[in-house]
Ligand binder design. Structure first.
Ligand SMILES: [Ca+2]
Ligand SMILES: [Ca+2]
Length: 357
């Protein structure tokens, strides 16, 4: 049975796998996550901003959220919320935390993001996940000391034209939240009432600049689940994809289309599908229904690893990774297969693993 499966899976793919596209653009599937690192690179110093580097210059705790595209915690030209006013004037994140929690409760946001404040110049990072439904990110932090100035970003879309962005950099120009009328870094409190719209700072700076540094979002490409046909969750992966470590792959059959006692294997190839991140359609090989289409998401050649039989619960396979440093940066493409002898094959979603040191 397995040999026949192999022949069907490999047939016709070897030649075309030579035409593999090396594009890194990756389309998301339902329920999948993309992981990003946000890097705050604050170059702000007496050298970069002569005359504009006050004593005790620092950044208050950066805060924000992942959220739906089209949702905004603040916008240029908009009126600051209490949370933005409080963040920009005092560095406090509590009011903005309440606004973020409310947005999470309403389904507009997914996760609150926050790290501690820091002196400048400095580089700080924060890591987060985005989904198809919550694919945008907002982050802000007070410029300190200042009357009501902040840096950050408003609703950066990380999913563009259906593809996860690899990297995007935002210059950290200075925004005036329009909630205090002080004109220099150490002005006393002068509440602005009514509020002005949020705009680039123009008293101390010319149009908010020169920028205090950059905020860069970079997609973590080391572990990516992909596939278009299956319900969410047929393949999940945990662990760190580093030399000599072990990854765990959990295969599941959420629609219960495979029989109890089905064999399970994971199939590992160094070659991506010729049409990665899509796959070759195989009628009847899917897990969204008994006769649903499935897709072969990896290339050939490949190796097979047998795991526990399916007992109606998710099945976990472990895979020890190579130990040779020559493998660093090498991608592996891994897909799960359920085999109910004489009845059905079920192909899971797949994982792209890029080996790190
Ligand atoms: Ca102001
Ligand atoms: Ca105020």
């Amino acid at each position: 049975m397995l040999k026949r499966l192999s022949a069907r899976m490999v047939g016709g793919l070897t030649a075309s796998s030579l035409l593999v596209s090396l594009a890194t653009a990756t389309a998301p599937q339902d329920g999948s996550l993309a992981t990003y690192t946000a890097t705050w690179d604050l170059t702000w110093s007496a050298a970069t901003h002569p005359g504009n580097f006050p004593g005790g210059a620092h950044m208050s705790p950066p805060i924000g959220a992942t959220h739906a595209e089209g949702f905004h915690f603040w916008q240029p030209g908009g009126i600051a919320t209490n949370g933005i006013e409080s963040m920009a004037e005092t560095g406090s994140t509590s009011a903005l935390t309440n606004e973020i929690n409310a947005a999470i409760g309403a389904g507009d946001a997914r996760e609150r993001l926050r790290i501690g404040g820091f002196d400048v110049p400095a580089v700080r990072t924060m890591t987060f996940d985005v989904t198809k439904e919550h694919s945008a990110v907002t982050l802000v932090t007070m410029v300190a000391p200042s009357p009501d100035w902040f840096v950050g970003c408003d609703a950066v879309p990380l999913l563009q034209n259906g593809v996860w962005v690899d990297s995007v950099t935002i210059p950290l120009v200075i925004w005036d939240s329009g909630t205090d009328s002080g004109t220099n870094f150490t002005s006393g409190n002068q509440n602005t009432n009514p509020q002005d719209p949020i705009a680039l700072e123009t008293n101390q700076f010319a149009n908010g600049g020169p920028a205090l540094g950059t905020l860069t979002f970079t997609r973590d490409q080391s572990l990516l689940v992909y596939g278009d046909f299956n319900p969410a969750g047929t393949m999940t992966v945990s662990g760190q994809p580093t030399l000599g470590s072990t990854l765990s792959f959990t295969l599941d059959d959420p629609m219960a289309v495979m029989g109890i006692g089905s064999q399970t294997i994971i199939v590992v190839s160094p070659v991506r599908s010729p049409i990665f991140p899509a796959g070759r359609t195989l009628p009847g090989f899917g897990l969204s229904g008994a006769t649903a289409d499935g897709e072969l998401l990896i290339g050939s050649p490949f190796m097979r690893f047998f795991g526990p039989d399916y007992n109606g619960q998710p099945v976990t396979h472990t895979l020890p990774l190579p130990t040779s440093s020559t493998m660093v940066g090498t991608p592996l493409f891994i897909q799960g297969v359920f085999i109910e002898p004489g009845v059905k094959f079920g192909l899971t979603d797949a994982v792209e693993v890029i080996l790190g040191s």
